[in-house]
Design a protein around this ligand. Sequence first.
Ligand code: GDP
Ligand code: MG
Length: 597
Amino acid sequence: TQLDLIRNFSIVAHIDHGKSTLADRLIQLTGTVAERDMKAQILDSMEIERERGITIKANTVRIDYPAKDGQTYVLNLIDTPGHVDFAYEVSRSMRAVEGSLLVVDASQGVEAQTLANVYQALDAGHEIVPVLNKIDLPAAEPERVKSQIEDVIGLDASEAVLISAKSGLGIPDVLEAIVHRLPPPKGDRDAPLKAMLVDSWYDAYLGVVVMIRVMDGVIRKGDRVKMMQTGAVYGIDRLAVLKPQMVDIAELGPGEIGVLTASIKQVRDTRVGDTITHEKKGCAAPLPGFKPAQPVVFCGLFPVDANDFEALREAIEKLALNDASFTYEMETSAALGFGFRCGFLGLLHLEVVRDRLEREYDLDLITTAPSVVYQIYMKDGTLQELHNPTDMPDLTYVDHIEEPRIRATIMVPDEYLGDVLKLCQDRRGIQLDLSYAGARAMVVYDLPLNEVVFDFYDRLKSVTKGYASFDYQITGYREDFLVKMSILVNDEPVDALSMMVHRDRADMRGRAMVEKLKELIPRHMFKIPIQAAIGGRVIARETISAMRKDVTAKCYGGDATRKRKLLDKQKAGKKKMRQFGKVEIPQQAFINALKMD
Ligand code: GDP
Ligand code: MG
């Protein structure tokens, strides 16, 4: 395709502002997908994406659009994820396109992720067309939101396209704006091949599928290509474009976006951001490389039933085929037996992976306390990375500990500002900025990531009745007074419940934890002391009193079937318990004990 007939773009928006619905309408109006094959959120292919209504992986579609000027254009849309954990996916797909539609819900206005995503688009050098969605809603205030876009983002919004993605109103204007207001790609057809590896995923039938954007040169089926970072060479089996299902194509030239398959074994063999060139007569220098995604949150995943360990291993290995951004290694816990220590891009990512393991592989899992990565500076001058509180070295050898900090941006209606400031303050936050965009306050905090990984987002949503939006980025490491808090049940430490906390917050966390565990661990025939301790010093203590009566006593002896039922019920309940020393701890206790309130 001729360069001036190509437009590559992404849609950036805060979650729920209508990005997927707009993509659906663009696909529908251009007849890219036959009406009978159309379903809502067609680009959100993963089951979890559909259920939660969020886009996790970036998805792509190629649209042929006969414009009003009589020319037929090729439009490549990359749909990007809207959630903060997946900022990395957003940034890499941004580099593959030249422009963005900035979708803002005209009844809500600019939100934290609107800002984060639009800044990434600007960083990538995009031309941006503002689109105000949901103008069918009575609460829509397009004029107010236009001036908000100008004040807060600094973009000219006077020619924003007003649409209702739901009803289809204004969609033809969006298509014309893409063609006339976004720039065509640049590239040299005669130069050596230079293509960017934008994304890759595992397909049960095709193996690893690699999405590429050609910068210079031409790639053809059958070509032998080299991944410049890894040096691996592959013969291309298949070349296709996504409409959004695969349609084979003979070649892809500059500015074009498509997918290839070659007998690549696992997603890990493909590095996002890598440059693909021809094995012979390749390009001289690779594209400026992307940083690989770094896991920032770690936790242990253990099967509730120890016999499921092999099944868990298989499931994790399969999942990892498709998600190179999570890491795993085997871990053993005195409390929980064999499991895996896994690293994630953030909390949502953790939840998504755990959900998929439980749902797609039918496993019951225990998740241990999520932990960030600490840097432990030892007295002998060495540096250790701590991914797991149980590996915390003896304090006598430790010089100091540093923890990751984030810059958090929160947007919230004025009336909830007080609660948000209190929450951030309680979590050891340092206020950096406070400004207003209409009736919404925008507050910027420097916070320790470890105070955010537990339940910050949930708390934020509940104190603001869901009206706050949140985004963060990791800014660096800073020293603080951090200690390892252990939990002892019946005088034995339960490793899966130990965590790193700030010394000033330890008493509070310790007390909350033992009180919770007192409720969560059922009574036994004997007294069970529960303690929180730092080193050898107990900072909080509770006791579960002994059970007095036989539980079957209340069945009055006579009714054998009722007795049977009760025992069966207990037995079923037991499946979700872990034996720990003499004490049985329910799976739910591990999960609930870690929630703060
Ligand atoms: P995304 O998270 O940005 O992909 O947002 P979605 O496309 O999933 O839309 C979020 C919600 O807003 C869904 O319930 C949509 O049906 C709804 N929605 C999207 N566009 C419109 C619109 O133009 N008008 C109205 N009233 N609702 C819309
Ligand atoms: Mg979506």
